[in-house]
Design a protein around this ligand. Structure first.
Ligand code: FE
Length: 184
């Protein structure tokens, strides 16, 4: 199966569910995150990363109701691994780092916490809270930490009920271009 087909099947099966604790579906949230990436003229790899940043929720089981989350499901690790098998690090790494990016911004940008939705504040505690000074230094040593921070900021904005965006199918060519060639 082609990677784009694989992605679209995951969205078709699970994307209509509400995005954990938010007023948009998972698919709407993904499309809005990619929409904000394109609005800033991000390179195609980063638009694909934005679109697929929560793919980890599709490939693991997490409780549907955010209030039931007693431990973080580490969807960024699962998603990062899934993407690393199919795409270059320009795509998988910002996804793997998009939750640490939230903890990073909470530690380094005083205005950031006020931007988070209630559900996102709830998961922050489960994710370990703001980074320590040492964690900030380690995060800044990651090759793709800047890209992860950009994905994170689009992610935080992509929760607007009814916002008009391109459709999932409009990203097929971009996903095809970004996907690794199948191994011989
Ligand atoms: Fe997200």
């Amino acid at each position: 199966m082609n990677v784009a087909d694989e992605v679209f099947e995951l969205f078709a099966r699970q994307g209509a569910a509400a995005y954990y604790g938010e007023a948009v579906s998972i698919t709407e949230h993904a499309l809005q995150t990619a929409f904000f990436a394109q609005a800033e003229a991000a390179p195609p790899a980063l638009v694909v990363a934005a679109l697929l940043h929560d793919i980890g929720h599709f490939v693991q089981d997490a409780p549907v109701d955010i209030a039931d989350w007693i431990a973080d499901a580490r969807h960024e690790e699962v998603g990062g691994l899934w993407l690393a098998e199919r795409f270059a690090p320009q795509i998988s790494e910002p996804v793997r780092l998009h939750v640490p990016a939230k903890r990073y911004l909470c530690a380094t940008d005083p205005a950031y916490l006020a931007l988070l939705s209630p559900a996102s504040v709830h998961t922050l505690a489960l994710q370990g809270g703001p980074m320590s000074e040492r964690e900030v230094a380690l995060f800044e040593a990651e090759s793709f930490h800047r890209q992860a921070v950009r994905v994170r900021r689009w992610d935080d904005r992509g929760k607007i009920p009814g916002l008009a965006t391109p459709a999932l199918a409009d990203y097929r060519a971009m996903i095809d271009m970004a996907a690794r060639r199948a191994p011989p």
